[in-house]
Design a protein around this ligand. Structure first.
Ligand SMILES: Cc1ncc(COP(=O)(O)O)c(C=O)c1O
Length: 377
């Protein structure tokens, strides 16, 4: 087994099993932080071209990761940035409908509520019902349905949705498929050229191991065409000229995806290390990372079954990614176990009274065993 653990940390004897909250920077990304600081400590080192090259580099790395053209990628600082710009950029009419999933993560749900004042109706399907989600979608969609938005991997249960079949149903009903990939991209492969998704939005600081304050949106050229201008950021308007010729006051609303990039698009401190982290993951290969994650998750689920905890997460590898949620009939036992694990230097999350364990490429089988040993019988 390759030891990717050595490419991270040092973790000072701690075990980080909470990537669903924050992914650690690989060592290579830490070096890139140092490089960014070096540029800013003595700005004569900061070349003007870096303002273009740094964002171009992140877009290239993200494009390679999801098999998209860098021109189709919008840089952000979070998942929320991308979803807000999509919602504000599309034109809505009274009576339009959007379908969401009952109980989805607040970041996926809340921004849509802004549209209710424009007469947009929110309708819901329920991924926990025995009726397949695709059937519910087909039954809920009407000619007024514009979009279906869901989280790929659910933070509260670890459930991973089948985005191929969901996207197919969306397209049969002429509904845009907007996917929150924040808990999946980087842990499981996604090829947007072959997946029927129209918009993929993700934060960058979990499974993509970037700094906090990173994120991206990928969208199809067709969706990009539907987006009205929401920004008039001066820097991309100067494209093709140098900073000594910046008195350009003509508003260019045809900048493609880059017209929607977060302001401060060159954000050296964040985007230099994030690029290094994405390139590191891509070099290993997301397929290999996924296989490694699946082994860790399989070991954890099997081990947890002999404890007094119940595994909330679906056991089928096609229906989960790298998040395993454990519940206990006594919430106080769950809380105590979470605390005891933390005292032993094993970091998990407590979410809605359950323990959430989320290993990634740097975790080892021994670390999973160390956690399982501490689960009460
Ligand atoms: C499913 C999901 N989406 C989004 C986020 C984060 O959103 P943002 O990057 O906008 O803070 C999280 C964070 O826990 C999450 O679990």
């Amino acid at each position: 087994m390759a030891d990717w653990n050595a490419d991270f940390g040092p973790f000072d004897g701690h075990t980080w099993l909470n990537c669903a909250h924050q992914g650690p920077l690989p060592k290579r990304a830490v070096e890139a932080v140092d490089d960014a600081v070096t540029l800013k400590r003595a700005p004569h080192r900061l070349p003007e071209r870096a303002f273009r090259e740094v964002p171009a580099g992140v877009k290239r790395a993200l494009g390679a990761l999801i098999n998209a053209s860098p021109d189709e990628i919008i840089l952000g600082n979070s998942f929320s940035y991308g979803l807000h710009l999509l919602i504000h950029g599309l034109e809505w009419n009274d009576g339009d409908e959007v379908i969401l999933v009952e109980g989805d993560f607040p970041a996926t749900m809340l921004p849509w509520q802004l549209l209710e004042s424009q007469g947009v109706q929110l309708r819901f399907v329920d991924a926990e019902r025995s009726t397949p989600l695709t059937q519910q979608l087909a039954e809920t969609a009407t000619p007024r349905t514009r979009a279906f938005c869901t989280t790929w991997v659910d933070s509260f249960t670890g459930r991973r949705l089948d985005i191929d079949e969901i996207g197919t149903v969306c397209h049969e009903h002429d509904v845009l498929f907007v996917l929150n990939g924040s808990q999946g991209v980087g842990a499981r492969p996604i090829d947007v050229s072959r997946t029927p998704v129209d918009v993929l939005i993700s934060c960058g600081y979990k499974w993509l191991c970037g700094p906090y304050g990173t994120g991206f949106t990928w969208l199809t050229p067709e969706v990009l065409d539907l987006l009205g201008p929401v920004n008039a950021y001066w820097l991309p308007m100067q494209a093709g000229t140098t900073l000594d010729e910046m008195q350009n006051l003509s508003l260019d609303t045809e900048l493609g995806a880059s017209g929607y990039d977060i302001f401060g698009t060159a954000n050296f401190n964040n985007f230099m290390p994030w690029t290094a982290a994405i390139e590191y993951l891509t070099e290993i290969g997301i397929e290999r990372i996924s296989t490694h994650g699946e082994r860790l998750v399989g070991r954890l689920i099997e081990g947890a079954e002999s404890s007094s905890f119940d595994v909330v997460t679906p056991e089928d590898p096609q229906r989960h990614a790298n998040i395993v949620v454990l519940s206990h009939s006594s919430e106080s036992v769950a809380r105590e176990t979470h605390r005891a694990l933390a005292d032993a230097g094993i970091h998990t999350a407590l979410r809605e009274g359950n323990i959430r364990v989320s290993p990634h490429v740097y975790n080892t089988h021994a670390e999973i065993d160390g956690l399982v040993e501490r689960l009460p019988e």
